[in-house]
Write a protein that binds this ligand. Structure first.
Ligand code: PRX
Length: 651
């Protein structure tokens, strides 16, 4: 909760409007505002019936479902009684429809090596991997922890879990050994999958070494499969560790998919909330699969000849829904790139678009801001005329970055879909349908069919147009999270308790007079750093676990590239508050959480400003971190001197 929880001011005024070109709208699945409106209204009139019809059309059913939705707030069950399998929907169903020879994955490694897999080839490898996992004792409901670079085997591992009813937990390969162990223990993971290393900006990330450290603290993990990605000589623990290629060489290429209940867990994905403990967001089988597929088709207006590139890593929800499950269920051809956008130089992405003739490009605003900074010369060297649609995700895009994307990358002809959603929502919730909705730079525009949002005040009442309030959703949807792994109370409390009958997203938003949504930032202590969620309390806990730290407060401050940077205020025990300690604290946070959480600014202070009830005054700290004057009423400060000292403090 913000300390200033009164009115939320709207300071953005943007009235540029970009309708789709007649050419784009003409070929689109949904061609006009009227068509969108009719579909949205049909869905809103009876969402369960709307989704049930789509589920029958779009998924393969071993056994049909008997009820579309059973809703006992806060627990939703979709397509009850049905049996399906996500890997069947992504592979076998497409192959049966004649797409076996279509390219599923076009992959390029950072050093420039490349591979491609057709749907039939992908299916064979998924079956082999599924057989390997079974051979190591993995069965339905067992959790498989995946810590890998962005290589085809990561997708193969995810789909292989789905094939046998195992539950994957993908951990982004930038997280630390501590973070892996925490997640493995919370999920009670049985099998670990990793690689010897991965490439990042020309260097090798020592993934197996990190996993070895994590597994020393992950007692439930019995085995570890290691992909030979970078040909490093890594220690293999006899009886525990196996090479991926050695197991695969022996494995059968057939593995009939195990029919799964619609509500069988498909994956857990950890994300930060407003406490120190990451939440294991649970997604299940049929509803998630349908939602990822349909939203992919609507938002990216997918056509059979498209080459689609989502730059996200599978360590995040965007990689799950729009690199793997959505596009593969829709039979799309997906480009995957392992490495950094500025390796060997800043034109790598544009070179890839030209080389693979990418038609749809989906990336994050933080990347767009980096491209702008690197300069147009990198873009201008390449022919980007294959592109027909652009997307963004992860944070709001400021209108000027939107205009650059539109002009320099989209050549003024490509619609931009600004997609608002969350790990919890499973798929895109608010976004233009690119052939139907005119876009406004900085707005994620309208709800998708079947999604019923409401912006409410703290009493749960709808607010007027253009007034800020809490973004909520009033009806369950198939892609919604089903819970927090092992913590039903937290699920109820975080998402369903503040506004009865509404899902609380945790974002502020406003809706303008045309029904367009504008996201205004988080309502809780969650930071958005380069499009990734970090909890201030997680960073504070990491700092306080350093032997020299007495107390710490973390806040976000605006940053041109990352959106938000991490600023921390630290009181030390009896150490010297100097640069050496500053470096040691940065390394400590890297070690505890991972590089993405490393503080950008560290200020040492004699004490933290607190209210009389002992609450850290974050609003004041935020202003100090941003270099603004401290504003507002500070008379409740325990020690007014603290504020002055902080302002002068060493950055
Ligand atoms: O604050 C919103 C922001 O990212 C949060 C969700 O983060 P995560 O679960 O990591 O998922 C990111 C990828 C889906 C949201 O609560 N966010 C995401 N997309 C947008 C956004 N903020 C503004 N505009 C967006 N398009």
């Amino acid at each position: 909760m913000p300390e200033s929880s009164g009115q939320i001011d709207n300071v953005m005024h943007e009235d540029r409007l970009f309708p789709p070109t007649a050419e784009f709208a003409g070929q689109a699945h949904i061609k006009s505002p009227a068509e969108y409106q009719a579909l949205w209204e049909q869905a809103a009139a009876d969402p369960a019936a709307f989704w049930a019809e789509l589920a029958r059309e779009e998924l393969h059913w071993f056994e049909p479902f008997t009820e579309a939705l059973v809703w006992k707030e806060p627990h939703a069950q979709w397509f009850v009684g049905g049996k399906t399998n996500v890997s069947t929907n992504c592979l076998d169903r497409n192959i049966a429809q004649g797409l076996g020879d279509r390219l599923a994955i076009l992959w390029e490694g950072e050093p420039g090596d490349s591979r491609s897999l057709t749907y039939a080839e992908l299916q064979r490898q998924v079956c082999q991997a599924a057989n390997c996992f079974r051979q190591l004792g993995v069965g339905p409901g067992d959790v498989v922890s995946i810590y890998m670079p962005l290589v085809p085997e990561l997708v193969i591992a995810m789909l292989a879990c789905a094939r046998i009813g195992a539950v994957h937990s993908v951990i982004f390969a930038g997280f630390s050994a501590e973070a892996i162990a925490d997640r493995n223990n919370d999920a009670q993971a049985k099998l670990q999958i990793t690689a010897d290393g991965g490439w990042r900006r020309g260097k090798i990330l020592p993934l197996k070494a990190t996993v070895d450290e994590a597994l020393a603290k992950s007692p439930t993990v019995e085995n570890c499969i290691v992909l030979d990605r970078v040909h490093q000589d890594v220690p293999m623990q006899a009886g525990r560790d196996y090479w991926w290629h050695a197991l695969m060489a022996e494995a059968d290429t057939e593995c009939p998919a195990a029919p799964q209940d619609s509500e069988a867990p498909l994956f857990i994905l950890y994300t930060s909330g407003s406490t120190g403990k990451p939440k294991g967001i649970l997604h299940t089988t049929a509803g998630y699969n349908l939602y990822a597929k349909k939203t992919f088709q609507w938002v990216f207006d997918h056509q059979p000849e498209d080459v689609y590139w989502c730059t996200a890593d599978c360590g995040w929800i965007t990689g799950h829904s729009y690199l793997v499950y959505g596009p593969l269920a829709a039979g799309a051809t997906c480009l995957m790139y392992e490495g950094a956008p500025n390796y060997p130089d800043e034109s790598r992405f544009w070179q890839l678009i030209e080389k693979y003739q990418v038609t749809i490009f989906y990336t994050a605003p933080t990347a767009i801001r980096a491209f702008i900074k690197w300069g147009d010369q990198h873009v201008e060297k390449h022919d980007l005329s294959s592109l027909r649609l652009l997307g963004t995700v992860g944070e709001g895009i400021n209108p000027e970055a939107w205009m650059w994307y539109h002009e320099k990358i989209g050549g003024q002809r490509c619609p931009i879909v600004d997609t608002w959603w969350q790990t919890e929502t499973g798929g895109i919730m608010l976004s233009p349908l690119p052939g139907a909705i005119a876009t406004k730079p900085g707005s994620c525009t309208k709800p998708l069919p079947g999604i019923l949002p409401a912006i409410v005040n703290q009493a749960g009442q709808p607010v007027e147009p253009n007034q800020g309030g809490w973004l909520t959703v009033t009806h369950p949807w198939p892609g919604m999270l089903r819970g927090i792994w092992g913590d039903p109370e937290r699920y109820q409390e975080v998402y369903w308790s503040r506004v009865p009958g509404h899902y609380l997203a945790g974002d502020n938003a406003r809706c303008d007079e045309d029904g367009y949504y504008w996201i205004m930032g988080r309502i809780d202590d969650v930071l958005n750093v380069s499009g990734h969620r970090l909890s201030t309390i997680e960073i504070e806990s990491a700092l306080v676990s350093h032997p020299q730290v007495a107390e710490a407060a973390a806040v976000g401050r605006p940053d041109d590239l990352k959106g938000e940077a991490v600023a921390v205020f630290v009181t030390v025990k009896d150490a010297q508050p100097d640069d050496q300690l500053r470096e040691s604290l940065k390394l400590h946070v890297r070690h505890e959480i991972g590089a993405l959480a490393q503080p950008d600014d560290i200020r040492f202070t004699a004490a933290l400003p607190k209210t009389r009830s002992g609450k850290i005054m974050r609003r004041l700290l935020k202003d100090i971190a941003a270099g603004k004057e401290t504003v507002g009423d500070s008379t409740t400060l325990e020690d007014l001197n603290v504020l002055t000292n902080l302002g002068d403090g060493d950055k």
